[in-house]
Design a binder for this molecule. Structure first.
Ligand SMILES: NC(=O)c1ccc[n+]([C@@H]2O[C@H](COP(=O)([O-])OP(=O)(O)OC[C@H]3O[C@@H](n4cnc5c(N)ncnc54)[C@H](OP(=O)(O)O)[C@@H]3O)[C@@H](O)[C@H]2O)c1
Length: 204
């Protein structure tokens, strides 16, 4: 069985998107800083769906290749899904996506759709994603879903691509987590131009 892990780009002050996110500006005001490292290196990295090529540093390309090779399914939130317009029908990671939502958008339910809409909570979504992923890992995207997974003790690992910018406002990744501290163990740090890739094991 693989691991359940977040994989998000975050500003130094803890935001994964700026304010005013929407289909026109998927990471909100200032959000271009969060993904600047995707497009400022000299090494081509083609995303698994073959529809997008990043320009990253060799160190980031190596890490992305390793991470993407081991992801078998993704759990996302409905806002992310809507803002990305269902990634045009095929997620960049090219894996089954389990979207946690209160209502199922029927237009996205069709034979062979990579999207499964889960209306009974994050635990159910992670369980379904684990089954789909088999021996591979499950990635958890978006703030509200990651927060609920942390609270429910569903995350094995937190992976953060930390970018050197202070956004000041927007969507915080680490909030609404409850009163108790959550112990982490740092397991990997990769310094790359414009981003520091951090991995932590969730101890509990
Ligand atoms: N920096 C990065 O790497 C990165 C990566 C991914 C996304 N993002 C950004 O993150 C932002 C979105 O994050 P977010 O936290 O605001 O939203 P989100 O997690 O994508 O979606 C939240 C929505 O999911 C549904 N939902 C969540 N928990 C649920 C539950 N337990 N049961 C049923 N439905 C549930 C609700 O929608 P309904 O009530 O409408 O169903 C809720 O409003 C966007 O700006 C996106 O672009 C950033």
């Amino acid at each position: 069985m693989g691991k359940v892990s977040t994989g998000l780009s975050m500003s130094l002050d803890g935001f994964i998107a700026g304010p005013n996110d929407g289909p026109e500006r998927i990471l909100g005001d200032g959000g271009e800083w969060i993904l600047k490292w995707y497009f400022s290196g000299d090494t081509d990295y083609e995303m698994p769906n073959g529809r997008m090529t990043l320009k990253v540093s060799p160190a980031s390309a190596e890490l992305l290749q390793e991470v993407h090779r081991t992801i078998g399914a993704l759990v996302s939130g409905r806002r992310t899904f809507d803002i990305a317009n269902g990634w045009g029908g095929r997620h960049p990671l090219d894996v089954p996506v389990f979207v946690v939502t209160h209502t199922v958008p029927q237009e996205w339910v069709y034979e062979g759709s990579p999207f499964t809409f889960v209306t009974d909570g994050v635990e159910s979504a992670v369980e379904k994603a684990k089954k789909a992923a088999g021996d591979k890992n499950v990635a958890v995207g978006a703030a509200s879903i990651a927060q609920q997974c942390i609270k429910a003790g569903l995350l094995d690992e937190i992976h953060i691509d930390l970018v050197p910018v202070l956004l000041g406002k927007g969507i915080r990744l680490f909030e609404h987590l409850g009163p108790e501290p959550i112990e982490l163990e740092s397991t990997k740090v990769i310094e790359a131009p414009g981003v520091t890739h951090l991995t932590f094991r969730v101890v509990g």
